[in-house]
Ligand binder design. Structure first.
Ligand code: TYD
Ligand code: MG
Length: 453
């Protein structure tokens, strides 16, 4: 056995240090450096070479056999959409999310469907077999023939996989696994990395599809080494507003599909049900009140109508509050500055709260104009006209910039019965869709003027 030596390692980012330090020099996190006894790797073994390493030697691309992505449906239309049309054979997908959000439920539902056409294996290190059986019964799933295994040793898991040769393996969760060849505790950065590498290597060499469940840190990022995200083919996040019954699965990396694709589910008494018409749900009950505005976002390949709400109230604080839920608070601060400079609306003595209804997190710039309108509507206590949507990016010069897929967004608004749309001039359609009054604007000032008519 190679001589073990003492090293220090950051539990957040996994960087290795030769001496202890209160702050990690790489990720700048405090109190995350811990002692790790690392056995020197056996010479000549590439520990992280996973993608079928060494099996073929050097070849030209032309000589590589052309295979099309074989995809299989998970039985859940919204999950298939996030995956880019189904699970690709031999791919490795990482699913992260808060505890109790429904990761195990979702995967059990998918397994019960796939089980009908090919053998699957569900490996759990977190729950007992009784708990899984109870859940399957509660979900009314036909999963009686599903192979299950409670095991945390990656060597034992791979032995079981090699013996049964299932087409799909679910590991719940990667943080509970350990490798007998690594001398650090389960859940540590080294263990997670080595276990994931071993699983990915097996998946690529045997064209076995793997779904790994990953824990998240309190900031919502995947726990464990960053390199985990590089190793896998797709990374999906399960998000939700606390208390909301809606769940969003978002792809943040996908080698076989579009990123930022959203899949929507509702958690019911009998498991997760795909929401096929999300716009209708997020808009239900929209009244035209001051501070409320409807926008069309486009995440992934689907436009989605959403309601944004703002509340502006006199502040009694020296530093008025700026709270943005579902939105970047820096973006809100920037919009308030633009409103002040280019539209003459000062909110320096007002608290400003913004909320995206439905617990969706927005990342696109097309929500700038809607946020500005919502804030102004609440500030003036003047509702925006009924059945009006808007979208557009606001530049620092107060100009309204175009967003992509404008016509598609207009079409979605029309489908849901909207009659007016305030949009950037550069997004003006050549021919306005029948039944939709399109109001084009070039500057923020012009937008504030026309949107309230
Ligand atoms: P679970 O899949 O165990 O979460 P995770 O694996 O992400 O930790 O989901 C558990 C939660 O889901 C729990 O709070 C109860 C809820 N739930 C339902 O509301 N309905 C159901 O049919 C099931 C199975 C769970
Ligand atoms: Mg679970």
């Amino acid at each position: 056995m190679a001589k073990a030596k003492t090293q220090y390692q950051c539990t957040e980012c996994g960087s290795v240090l030769s001496k202890w330090s209160g702050q990690c020099p790489d990720c700048e996190a405090w109190n995350t450096v811990t002692e790790a006894r690392v056995a020197a790797p056996a010479p000549g073994r590439g520990r992280l070479g996973y993608a079928g390493s060494g099996a073929t030697g050097v070849v030209t691309l032309a000589s590589v056999e052309n295979t099309t992505d074989e995809r299989r449906s998970t039985g859940l239309a919204e999950l298939d959409r996030v995956l880019g049309g189904g699970l690709v054979t031999g791919s490795v997908v990482l699913l992260g999310g808060d505890p109790g959000i429904g990761k195990s439920t979702l995967l059990l539902q998918a397994l019960a469907h796939i089980r009908a056409s090919e053998p699957c294996l569900y490996v759990t290190g977190e729950e007992s077999l009784q708990q899984i059986a109870m859940r399957a019964r509660r979900l009314n799933l036909d999963a009686g023939a599903l192979d299950c295994l409670t095991e945390t040793s990656v060597e034992q898991i791979l032995a079981a996989v090699a013996e049964r040769n299932p087409g799909l393996v679910v590991i719940d969760s990667i943080q509970t696994l350990f490798s007998e060849q690594v001398a650090s505790a389960p859940g540590s950065v080294t263990q997670v990395r080595e276990c994931a590498a071993a699983l990915v290597r097996h998946a690529k060499q045997n064209r076995c599809t793997m779904l790994l469940v990953g824990h998240v840190t309190k900031d919502g990022a995947l726990a464990g080494p960053r390199v985990l995200e590089h190793m896998v083919d797709a990374v999906l996040y399960f998000e939700s507003d606390s208390g909301s019954r809606y769940r969003v699965v978002r792809s943040v990396k996908n080698r076989f599909g579009t990123v930022n694709e959203l899949g929507l589910f509702a958690m019911t008494g009998t498991g997760l049900k795909p929401v096929s018409n999300p716009s209708a749900i997020f808009l239900s009950g929209v009244e035209s009140t001051s501070g409320s505005v409807v926008t069309v976002i486009r995440e992934g390949t689907r436009p989605l109508l959403l309601e944004l709400q703002a509340l502006v109230d006199t502040s009694h604080l020296a530093n008025p509050r700026r709270v943005a839920l579902g939105l970047d608070h820096n973006r809100l601060a920037m919009l308030l500055a633009v409103l002040h400079r280019h539209a003459g609306v000062s909110m320096s003595d007002q608290d400003v709260f913004i909320n995206v209804v439905g617990g969706i997190r927005l990342s696109e710039t097309g929500c700038d104009l809607p946020v500005a309108l919502a804030v102004l509507s609440s500030f003036r206590d003047r509702p925006l006209p009924k059945r009006q949507v808007c979208f557009g990016e606001v530049g620092l010069g107060g100009e309204i910039r175009p967003v992509y897929n404008g016509e598609e967004r207009l079409k979605e608004a029309l489908t849901h019965g909207f009659e007016r749309a305030v949009i950037p001039a550069a997004n003006a359609p050549r021919k306005a869709p029948a039944g939709l009054e399109v109001i084009v604007v070039k500057t923020l000032e012009e937008a504030l003027d026309k949107a309230f008519d």
